[in-house]
Design a protein around this ligand. Sequence first.
Ligand SMILES: Cc1ncc(C[n+]2csc(CCOP(=O)(O)OP(=O)(O)O)c2C)c(N)n1
Ligand SMILES: [Mg+2]
Length: 393
Amino acid sequence: MGAPDVQEVPAVTTTPRAVRGKSRPAAQPDPAHPLLPAGEQIRLLDPAGTPLSAHPDYPEPPVEALVELYRRMVIGRRFDLQATALTKQGRLAVYPSARGQEACQVGAVLALRDDDWVFPTYRESMALTARGIDPVEVLTLLRGDWHCGYDPVLRRSAPQCTPLATQCVHAAGLAYGEAYQGRETVALTFIGDGATSEGDFHEGVNFAAVFKAPVVYFVQNNRYAISVPLSRQTAAPSLAYKGVGYGVPSEQVDGNDPVAVLAVLTRAVAHARAGHGPFLVEAHTYRMEPHTNADDATRYRDADEVAVWQDRDPVARLETYLRARRALDDTIVARVAGQAEEYAADLRERMHDKPTVDPMTLFDHVYAEPTPQLAEQREQVRAELTADQEGAA
Ligand SMILES: Cc1ncc(C[n+]2csc(CCOP(=O)(O)OP(=O)(O)O)c2C)c(N)n1
Ligand SMILES: [Mg+2]
């Protein structure tokens, strides 16, 4: 088969889906999927990129989708490296890297339709850029300029959440509301291993289960919550078992196997869209970088452990597989690398522009009607700024 050409990242389309009234049929359990996850991680490629036998429940995605997955993972990794470099140049306040988690970040985006919703955490800048959102808009939060640089409604992407697990509740509410209005929207929420210990995770999953809200809870188990290892987080055999108690079908997947991640998430999204309620996926992965640029990971993990995961690199794994299938060749690999360099250069260039931020906007959007205390504080800041300006004149 000839190597398919790479496509451009499509802009997120925001055409609202037809409202079908409130006549959506009552959700039925998905008879095809048990509550318990498989005893082993779902894996379709071995760590070297050699295909394993086909899985009856998780068919391999079409090769064109895998080439696009590869392309966005390569660009995503380059974006991530660039963002880390920007912290060193003082252009970004902080950056939580997702290097090593590319299969999860991009696989989740490709499993969704453009009019589905994502609920990201601070770790998901790569997923948001893979969705086609301008990287400068994505980095607005981490630059410290404003709470969110993109329009969440237009982009069908919630602002990145720093308070752990709160997005799990938001996703349940949005998905429930969408289903209530007869729309087929699915909400996918990212969550880390550590954050599955938070009450909001459990409340969100339980609400979604009881009210059959079409949410995919996507746990990226990267084995650490800052310095706290998984062994101090849970005694469960897999985080995917956390769905069972709430009646939510769950699965565990090798999060560094891009083919398996896309296959499992595609099924999870289809389950939610069909009206069967939420689905929980745990992806076993690893963050190759420290928690953020402000963290020193050598204080809590050793180089041997990192080296083991280096050998499971998701980008190299997919490249090996697609080359063997003759879906990638040197020309396409070079072209994708060129696109990634252009992407990074453009980001670098535009991040050099100094933002102009009005300190008075600090008080906007806190309450619909500002409280007397807030109004007083706002006037105090205004007076100080005016005095500064007069002093400088
Ligand atoms: C409610 C709350 N408690 C604590 C923190 C501080 N905190 C920020 S990130 C983090 C670790 C989260 O780990 P995990 O859920 O595994 O996600 P990861 O950072 O590994 O992607 C903690 C404890 C927070 N942001 N919010
Ligand atoms: Mg973690």
